[in-house]
Write a protein that binds this ligand. Structure first.
Ligand code: ADP
Length: 244
């Protein structure tokens, strides 16, 4: 479904961040990406989202090259990208308004998604009146309301406390299976990478390359965090992250 082929990115002379990167993610699969700060993970996501052009190579979704942002791809940014001067409902409708959907369609989709994410009582509030977890759910809702087939997330839960974070990770598992989403998540957390990813890609080096691609067949089980296999995969990822 998603194919990255021979991707390279230079920000200028001598600043090659990504060099000849290739991988695929099957439809409905979840890939998590982990690697040191500054290795090019956000750059890779921006290119996959069509927000930035690569220097060489290409990204394909269902065989079509990504050259600009499209409705097929939802993107959740590190700081959620919410507009503080717009209400929850207005934030939710932003993408639909840009795509000139009818008022009725906007109303019905935003009502459904607010209920789906347990935010139905918050539609008229401003984002600063929400808790961190609610703001995060709103950001997820804003991406889902356009019904993408691919969801990209850049360290989506890093600002949340552990319990809220784990609850939202569970929510993402449910959403993924109910909506048959393909997911690519960048994270700094080894546990998050192992809980969310059917496979975990460890990036490193400058320019960055794939240090390891670790299969993780146990992911998808809400109780996975308590299983020995979970800890075993965490140890494998840690070894790959820490390898010189
Ligand atoms: P990560 O997400 O892994 O922390 P980034 O993709 O944000 O890494 O950045 C990778 C490298 O590219 C960093 O060294 C960063 O300073 C550099 N970089 C990112 N954006 C730009 C830009 N617009 N111009 C020049 N260099 C950039």
């Amino acid at each position: 479904m998603l194919a990255v082929e021979g991707l390279s990115k230079e920000y200028g002379p001598e600043t090659r961040v990504i060099d000849d990167l290739s991988f695929t993610v099957g439809r409905g699969a979840s890939l998590t990406i982990i690697g040191p700060s500054g290795c090019g993970k956000s750059t890779l996501l921006y290119i996959m989202a069509g927000l930035m052009r690569p220097t060489a190579g290409r990204v394909l979704i269902d065989g079509n090259e990504v050259v600009a942002p499209s409705r097929q791809v939802g993107f959740i940014l590190q700081d959620f990208g919410l507009l503080p001067w717009k209400t929850v409902k207005e934030n939710l409708c932003l993408g639909m308004r840009i795509r000139k959907m009818s008022k009725e369609e906007q109303e019905s989709r935003s009502r459904d998604i607010l209920a789906y994410l347990g935010l139905e009582l918050h539609g008229d509030k401003f984002p600063d009146r929400l808790s961190g977890g609610e703001r995060q759910r709103l950001a997820v809702g804003r991406a889902l309301v356009l019904e993408p087939s691919l969801l990209l997330m850049d360290e989506p839960f890093s600002s949340l406390d552990t319990l809220t974070r784990e609850r939202l990770q569970n929510t993402m598992l449910e959403i993924r299976s109910q909506k048959e989403l393909t997911m690519v998540t960048v994270t700094h957390s080894i546990e998050e990478a192992v809980f969310l990813g059917d496979s975990i890609m460890v990036l490193g080096g400058r320019p960055c390359n794939i240090r390891a691609l670790i299969p993780n067949p146990g992911a998808g089980d809400p109780d996975y965090r308590n299983r020995e296999q979970f800890f075993e995969v965490c140890r494998r990822v840690r070894r790959a992250v820490e390898a010189p």
